[in-house]
Design a protein around this ligand. Structure first.
Ligand SMILES: Cc1cc2nc3c(=O)[nH]c(=O)nc-3n(C[C@H](O)[C@H](O)[C@H](O)COP(=O)(O)O)c2cc1C
Length: 242
């Protein structure tokens, strides 16, 4: 599929980066994001090293053996015209700190969104160092088996943030009621991953549309069951929990 087609969207685009990416590369990419139509920078706050056993995702070197070398040579960061960049994730350096977000802040006026925060303490730190948004998500679930689910941490983060940043929730959103509950607990929006991939795998672009359409129709139905006619009417009163 041509690149232009892949990138077409009616929704806002966020540029997703990693702080483990060398600063020289971030200095090229991040200042361009605004002009290229991105509306925010998302940083995944990854764990500092790979899991000791049962790590489910293949490491980059292993995965790259399965990719056509010519394709690798031509890989670029979408829409930014920077060819041939393949960034290895240097897990284990332990070199990423909150100060990296301060550095990023100097490269862009766009909102910075930290992805992978579960605790109110980390949310507070993210805001202190310049984040404008928090994605509540157990990035640590791939590293610590008993990390709590995002939805269970959402309300505490929303309360701690207290309107100083947008709060989103990620992972495990599968139905309209999941969306409804997340919004009722104070999320500004939800992020969806695997359902989109399933739709794509089964039906391509139409499959993705269908997944989004099902979720939207379920949300409208669930809202109607709660006597709600618009998103801004959603609040904690609809939850069993008070
Ligand atoms: C195959 C796969 C690879 C992913 N890789 C990354 C990644 O490299 N960085 C990241 O921040 N999130 C990654 N994610 C997480 C997604 O961006 C998204 O947060 C997550 O899939 C949402 O949860 P859900 O799949 O339960 O809807 C990945 C998810 C999947 C399914």
């Amino acid at each position: 599929m041509p690149e232009e087609k892949v990138l077409q969207t009616l929704g806002p685009k966020f540029l997703h980066i990693y702080l483990t990416t060398p600063i020289e590369i971030l200095e090229q990419i991040v200042p361009q994001a605004d002009k290229k139509g991105y509306r925010a920078i998302v940083i995944t706050c990854d764990p500092p090293h790979e899991r000791i056993r049962d790590f489910v995702l293949p490491l980059f070197e292993e995965a790259s053996k399965n990719i056509d070398p010519d394709l690798m040579k031509n890989m670029s960061i979408p829409n930014l015209n920077i060819p041939g960049i393949i960034v290895k994730q240097p897990f284990g350096t332990g070199s990423v700190t909150w100060a990296n977000i301060e550095c990023l802040r100097k490269l862009t006026q766009l909102p910075i969104i930290c992805k992978g925060i579960l605790s109110p303490i980390d949310a507070e730190l993210a805001i202190k160092y310049g984040a404008n948004g928090i994605i509540v998500r157990p990035a640590l679930h791939i590293i610590i088996d008993t990390a709590p689910p995002a939805i269970g941490c959402l309300e505490d983060v929303v309360n701690a943030v207290d309107g100083r940043a947008e709060v989103f929730v990620d992972t495990g959103i599968r139905t309209g009621t999941d969306v409804l509950k997340a919004l009722a607990l104070g999320a500004r929006a939800v992020l969806i991953g695997q359902p989109i991939l399933y739709g794509l795998a089964c039906g391509g672009q139409d499959g993705v549309r269908r997944v989004l359409d099902i979720l939207k129709r379920e949300l409208v139905y669930d809202m109607a069951c709660c006597g709600l006619t618009s998103i801004d009417q959603i609040n904690k009163d609809i939850l069993y929990k008070h």
